[in-house]
Design a protein around this ligand. Structure first.
Ligand code: SF4
Length: 676
């Protein structure tokens, strides 16, 4: 193993233990399983069975159902029997929080239980208590006493278990010693895992979920390393980003977190948590997984991953002395060229080069609206910083903040050199007679074998006018570009880098996942000072509807690509350009219509750039799970909502009819509101 995966330079699945869930095998190189969770009331047997069937028909290989108390745990038997009667043998998972007695009932009925180590025994009080070593050890004994009976039942009944840590619901004990950190998440699971191993029970899967993909990725990597160092083996991993939200943002956040880990061969089962009906999560899961599942002999289109071993310039694997830490976020150090690199947030470059004649109307798609009557531009929060126009010099005056990248011949023709900048191929720049005094873009393709083109690299290294644009046509594109970054870091080359990613996929969901995975994985490592997304294949929008599948609606490719770029930066927390919604996927505990309410809140607040709003279905898990939200809207009883500022209750049991308005008032009272 290399640090946290089998290989940093080729696609290789991580070897994990094999686990049996009913008849389903998971881990140990079995296919990556996809799963979801029902949102119906668990006491409503028929509604739960019918929703489960819709999910199974969509391809879900496991179905999770909440069991908040003993009566729901007992009703799992009716649900299971009805499903079996209708011919469905898909394994069922009971989702448990706070209630060991419900877990012990469920473990005798269904195939798997999920426990949350943050609240299985502990009741979270959000208190910062100092624990002495003796007190801490006493707490561990208490957990052992309470958790061991469940382990014994699972062992006796052949029931599998997920130890599912959530970033937002770490116990006070863990928080006191490790804080709200990836290491705290890992230790929270390890305490339970050690107890289970002590009972020689191994039918275990683990997860480290967070609504922040950065925290989530670091926690999984640390968990793998910790398990391997302590046990010499790794238990299978269930991947997920919690409270990802809905629509494009939910898909992008999930793909950034889950996709980054899948790229390194990590993950045995995945769940994409969307605030949508659960059956709609499955196609997104499948899109994420299909990138790694195609028969290797048929991979000719550059879309699927294959095993190509990359080497750095000196022929060595860059794995023992990585010039960055994969366990913590630190942005790669660069100097600034114009507004790119240094301390600047990553820039967004819109590729408009396929438009034959660019007009002011085209710029509306990328955040600039022109009013001919006043001859003024309105600039949106998600307005691209640069456009690439190929050989076109525009015949209208540009908005103040927008600059243009063109090929060298067009650049020489452009009158306003403060607005136009040339882009060269790597050898082209080295040999160019004319260059811009302040900013030149230089394309480098990270070649198939990953060896950087040394001779060209030497010529532009640390040239204060050069921004490097990295791309790769390799099927292992992310690894190739990452290898190039390690080369730049090892050689102390501090030019800023723009990530250029093309998609050859067909559907909007596939494009989103491709862009978010390939670039998100690098931004989460602190690599990248800009992003440019494009299509080298068919953008595919016309062919999509014929398949009959529900996809994101895309009317304007340029707007879609521009928004995707900004959303990737937002999901990786490298550039905040809009309101962030942390909304739970809902489950049988949910106390209001989450999709409808999320829509209403979004409609009123989507102009509050940088404000994080949580919309959570229940008071049991909601406050713990809403992570670092600034404001929280949490179901606290039928028709009742409790409003939070951070973790503090501000308005308790507000009537749901006026709760959205009260939330707006709360935001206003705390000076976080701006008028549209
Ligand atoms: S926060 Fe949402 S998904 Fe989580 S338990 Fe409560 S209602 Fe269910």
């Amino acid at each position: 193993m290399q640090l946290y995966c089998e290989s940093l330079t080729e696609y290789k699945r991580l070897k994990t233990r094999e686990v049996k869930i009913g008849d389903l095998l998971l881990g140990n190189f079995h296919p990556i399983r996809v799963q979801t969770m029902t949102t119906t009331d668990t006491m409503d047997t028929i509604a739960t069975v019918e929703q489960s069937i819709r999910c199974i028909e969509a391809g879900s290989e496991l179905i999770r159902i909440t069991a908040p108390s003993k009566k729901e745990a007992e009703n799992l038997l009716n649900i299971k029997n009805e499903l079996r009667k209708r011919g469905y043998t898909t394994p069922i998972i009971a989702d448990i929080h706070f209630t060991p007695n419900a877990a012990e009932i469920a473990a005798r009925i269904i195939e798997k239980v999920r426990v949350n180590p943050g609240n299985y025994v502990d009741k979270k009080k959000f208190e910062q208590i100092e624990y002495t070593d003796a007190e801490y050890a006493e707490e561990i004994d208490r957990i052992k006493e309470r958790f061991t009976p469940l382990v014994k039942i699972c062992k006796e009944y052949g029931t599998a278990m997920r130890i599912g840590t959530n970033h937002g619901s770490l116990s006070d004990r863990i928080m006191s010693r490790y804080g709200d950190t990836p290491m705290g998440m890992v230790e929270s699971a390890m305490e339970f895992l050690r107890i289970a191993r002590g009972e020689t029970y191994h039918n275990i899967i683990l997860s480290m979920k967070s609504s922040n993909p950065q925290v989530m990725v670091q926690a999984y990597r640390l968990l793998i390393k910790t398990m391997f160092d302590e046990f010499g083996e790794i238990y299978p991993l269930h991947l997920g980003v919690t409270e990802a939200g809905d629509g494009e943002d939910g898909r992008i956040k999930s793909a950034v977190g889950i996709g980054t880990l899948l790229e390194d061969g990590i993950g045995d089962t995945i769940r994409v948590s969307l605030t949508e009906d659960p059956e709609f999560e499955i196609p997104v899961c499948k899109d994420l997984v299909q990138r790694y599942q195609v028969d290797r002999g048929s991979m000719t289109d550059g879309r699927h991953k294959e095993s190509i071993e990359l080497k750095s310039a000196n022929g060595q694997q860059p794995t023992t002395n990585l010039p960055y830490s994969p366990f913590e976020y630190k942005r790669r150090e660069t100097f600034a060229v114009d507004n790119i690199g240094g301390k600047h947030v990553p820039v967004v470059i819109a590729d408009l080069s396929k438009i034959e004649k660019i007009t002011t109307a085209h710029l509306q798609s990328i955040g600039y609206t022109y009013d001919a009557a006043t001859d003024k531009w309105t600039i949106g929060d998600a307005a691209a910083d640069y456009i690439f126009t190929g050989n076109q010099v525009l015949d209208f005056a540009l908005p103040g903040t927008l600059k243009v990248i063109v090929y060298p011949a067009a650049w020489r023709l452009a009158e306003d050199k403060s607005k136009y900048f040339p882009i060269y191929g790597d050898s082209g720049y080295a040999e160019a007679e004319f260059k811009n005094d302040s900013l030149n873009f230089v394309m480098i393709d990270c070649y198939n074998d990953g060896v950087p083109p040394n001779s060209y690299l030497d010529k532009l290294a640390n040239d204060p006018t050069v921004v490097i644009c990295l791309s790769s046509t390799n099927t292992n594109a992310m690894q190739s570009v990452r290898l190039m970054f390690t080369e730049l870091m090892s050689r102390n080359i501090k030019n800023p880098v723009v990530l250029i990613t093309d998609s050859k996929w067909q559907t909007p969901d596939e494009h989103l996942i491709h862009f978010a995975t390939e670039t998100g994985a690098l931004f989460l490592e602190g690599m990248g000072d800009g992003i440019c997304l494009g299509y080298s294949g068919n953008a595919g929008m016309e062919n999509i509807k014929a398949t009959g599948r529900t996809y994101l609606e895309v009317k304007d490719i340029y707007q879609f690509t521009n928004n995707t770029a900004f959303s990737i930066l937002q999901a990786t927390r490298t550039r905040i350009s809009k309101t962030e919604y942390i909304s739970c996927p809902s489950c049988g505990r949910t106390l209001f219509d989450l999709q409808e309410t999320t829509g209403k809140i979004r409609a009123r607040t989507n102009h509050l750039k940088g404000v994080k709003i949580a919309i959570m279905g229940c008071i049991v898990n909601g406050p713990g799970e809403m992570a670092d939200a600034d404001f929280g809207y949490v179901g606290s009883g039928p028709g009742k909502i409790t409003l939070y500022k951070g973790k503090e209750v501000m308005k308790r049991n507000v009537n749901s009819e006026v709760a959205v308005e009260e939330l707006i008032n709360l935001i206003k009272e705390n000076d976080a509101w701006v008028e549209v």
